[in-house]
Design a protein around this ligand. Structure first.
Ligand SMILES: Nc1ncnc2c1ncn2[C@@H]1O[C@H](COP(=O)(O)OP(=O)(O)OP(=O)(O)O)[C@@H](O)[C@H]1O
Ligand SMILES: [Mg+2]
Length: 370
């Protein structure tokens, strides 16, 4: 990876900046916040840690920063096990949800602050702060104080303060959650282009799956402290390892329908589903079928359902249906589709090319290798 575009170049060429979790656990009295996490973040990668509130994302990140000690396993940065390395010696920069800027200092002083702590000489401090500010489009604002900035600008100052240090690793914990929707999308793009340009290994925590899909080279999905799957965004979307990942990703998530396999044929709610190709190679009995909203449609014949809600989003419409057995199925319609009425009796067809199969008991993905 080229390092010549990095601001304040110097120490990094020294070693690869991968981050490795090897069987890492963190127990707070009674709660296992992170449970036997094994995960390697590659050098130069932006890895998103994704999962619902309380699943252990922040705890995992704080163990890399040295703000929490693992109760088991080892955390490495580069080739060094850092369990016993002081936070200040880990060469990581963390960006939090709250910007935590010093209100009485100008932006320049805020951005330079970590360099002052490292006793970098004034001239070099100024040069590196200028570079970092320019990188984030803050060049004209350096004499202002945080109170004179918008939320998005403040978050960019927090980012500038992180990059000015030229750390081995960026750790970002939901840095966009205080921003409004428009600013979030813009700052999200800014962070992605910055990360791709600097090539700094980054762990980015979010519970927002759209953020995860758009930002990550790979996404690691967590639930209850446990890693569920780690894969590139599109792979995660197309081959979720279990029903949790399937329903967490996508907006709305994948529909999960109880079904039955009979002699290699599939029945949902007593209705035979026409499959293309060979019969299913799944044992007879109950199975969970997954289908994304865009792979379900309303047709004349199919699985009987009634319409419980119609959500119009402009470019598309989500028709929320309820099957006879009470299962909820969301159908995504394009602009041209005829919208059904509330309460209308409809029939749902599933696109046989885009079905997923999961173990009805464990929720684990079943191979469909027909
Ligand atoms: N200092 C602490 N003492 C006790 N329990 C804690 C502590 N910090 C976190 N926990 C618990 O550990 C679990 C994981 O918390 P963590 O903050 O890592 O979750 P998270 O995935 O970041 O959630 P969120 O999306 O809400 O920020 C939670 O059950 C939480 O209550
Ligand atoms: Mg958190």
């Amino acid at each position: 990876m080229s390092t010549d575009v990095r601001p304040g170049i110097g120490k990094i060429g020294a070693g690869v900046a991968r981050v490795n979790f090897a069987g890492v656990s963190k127990a707070f009295d009674g709660t296992l916040a992170v449970d036997d996490l094994s995960l390697e973040v590659h050098d130069g990668e932006l890895l998103v840690l994704l999962g619902p509130s309380g699943c252990g994302k922040t705890t995992a990140l704080r163990m890399v920063a040295g703000l929490e000690d693992p109760t088991g396993g080892t955390v490495s940065i580069g080739t060094t096990v850092v369990n016993d390395v002081e936070p200040k010696d880990r060469d990581v920069a963390m960006v939090f949800q709250s910007y935590a800027l010093y209100p009485h200092m100008t932006l320049r002083k805020n951005i330079e602050f970590p360099l002052r702590q490292q006793r970098v000489p004034a001239e070099e401090r100024a040069r590196r702060a200028d570079e970092a500010a320019a990188t984030l489009g803050l060049g004209d604002l350096l004499d202002r104080k945080p109170g004179q900035l918008s939320g998005g600008q403040r978050q960019r100052v927090a980012l500038a303060r992180a990059i000015v240090r030229d750390p081995k690793v960026f750790l970002m914990d939901e840095p966009l959650s205080n921003l409004d929707a428009t600013l979030r999308i813009q700052t999200r793009a800014d962070i992605v282009s910055l990360q791709r340009r600097l090539g700094t290994t980054t762990i980015y925590v979010t519970h927002d799956q759209v953020e995860a899909m758009t930002m990550g080279h790979r996404i690691a999905v967590m639930k209850d402290g446990m890693l569920q799957q780690v894969a590139a965004p599109q792979d995660l979307y197309e081959r979720p390892a279990n029903t949790f990942v399937a329903s967490f990703l996508g907006s709305p998530g994948m529909n999960l329908l109880p079904a039955t396999v009979v002699d290699g044929a599939l029945e949902v709610d007593g209705v035979g589903i026409v499959l293309r190709g060979a019969p299913l190679r799944i044992a007879d009995g109950p199975v969970t079928v997954g289908v994304r909203p865009e792979s379900a449609s309303l047709t004349a014949t199919g699985i009987a359902a009634s319409v419980t809600l119609v959500e119009q989003l402009g470019a598309e419409t989500h028709v929320i249906c309820t099957l006879v057995d009470g299962t909820r199925v969301v159908v995504r319609q394009g602009r041209k589709a005829v919208r059904p009425d509330l309460g209308e009796a409809v029939a749902i067809e599933l696109d046989p090319d885009y079905l997923h199969f999961f173990d009805a008991a464990t929720g684990d993905r079943l191979a469909d290798d027909r």
